[in-house]
Design a protein around this ligand. Sequence first.
Ligand SMILES: [Zn+2]
Length: 412
Amino acid sequence: MKSWPSPSLPSPVSGPSVSVTAHDTAQDAVVGVGPESGNARLYVCGITPYDATHMGHAFTYVTFDLLNRAWRDAGLTVSYTQNVTDVDDPLLERAAATGVDWAQLATEQTDLFRADMTALRVLPPDTYVGVVEAIPEVEALVARLSEAGYIYQVEDEHPDWYFATTRAEGFGEVSSYDRAQMVEVFAERGGDPDRPGKRDPLDCLVWRLERDGEPAWDSALGRGRPGWHVECTAIALDTLGASFDVQGGGSDLVFPHHEMCAAEAVAATGEPFAKAYVHVAMVGLDGEKMSKSKGNLVLVSQLREQGVDPMAIRLVLLSHHHLTEWSWTSEDLEANVARLAAWRAAVSGGTSVDAEETVRAVRAAVADDLHADRALEALDAWAADSPQANTDAPGARDTVRALVDGLLGVAL
Ligand SMILES: [Zn+2]
């Protein structure tokens, strides 16, 4: 599958590189992420393409774009894989409800997502894979899990295949949930703890056998389609290998999704899935949780249609730290439209102050658990001081422009 077009890659800014840290959910601590040198490996769970990109999605992908850029700024190369869940229950339900072909819906929404990401100047992943393209990898992973004795079929009219989740070593270490909490959240987020015939309520579906009217693929497990978690496990292991640096996604993926993926990977490889699990907080609207059922989604594409500068949207996202829940407001957008104008005036104005201290502060803030919010404050101060500067430092304007472009992904 094609990726989306790449905006300019981070431009190197002179100065010592800083090693990158981020909050790891499994350890509940800020830890170093990525190797000291060489190649960093990142997997971020992609969209289920049945609805347009809302601000919660944008916050997640801009956050990992910041990590990608911070690693590059620290002198590393990055292998970045993202999936697209282009066949799954919510997509098929939406297609059936609206009378459109599921594959066409997936293609249209994936295209819209990529257009949104391009507008927000999110660097494309190196590998962007749909589930429908990864069926052989899923099959191979299930075969491996089966050989290791982790796979069984339920005994009913639809003998689907399940993974014995709780038998995997380290199960529970990503979320640190207790069992009661796991069962409750599993039911809320696409799981089926009450399905008869399962050996444990927390066992997860890896292969759903064909039902009337649903897409299905031939496989050694019978005609059917992959379960949700196993698709990401298979794609990540196939493209990045085990023990990759960061598994990322929205905070609603901590359990069951990332816990189940980690369990499958450990059972199949004997190695940890990822070294760190980084999660991005949810975004609300005017103090309420943003959700389809409430109909209060703020869509990136809608704002673009209204003529909002995508760079101002990106600045709103960067002004919030990824661990803190926040709400989209028009005041916040206006403030960042003004911020963008102030920065643009400062980099093209008559005078500017030296930027060495600002560059250091911005890089340190981003490398410290992706605190773009603090980086923005340092740049605000530079932009505010520049028009009153006694001595002009014209090189500083180019340096700041390159820094903001390369590290923060904002074109001035
Ligand atoms: Zn995933």
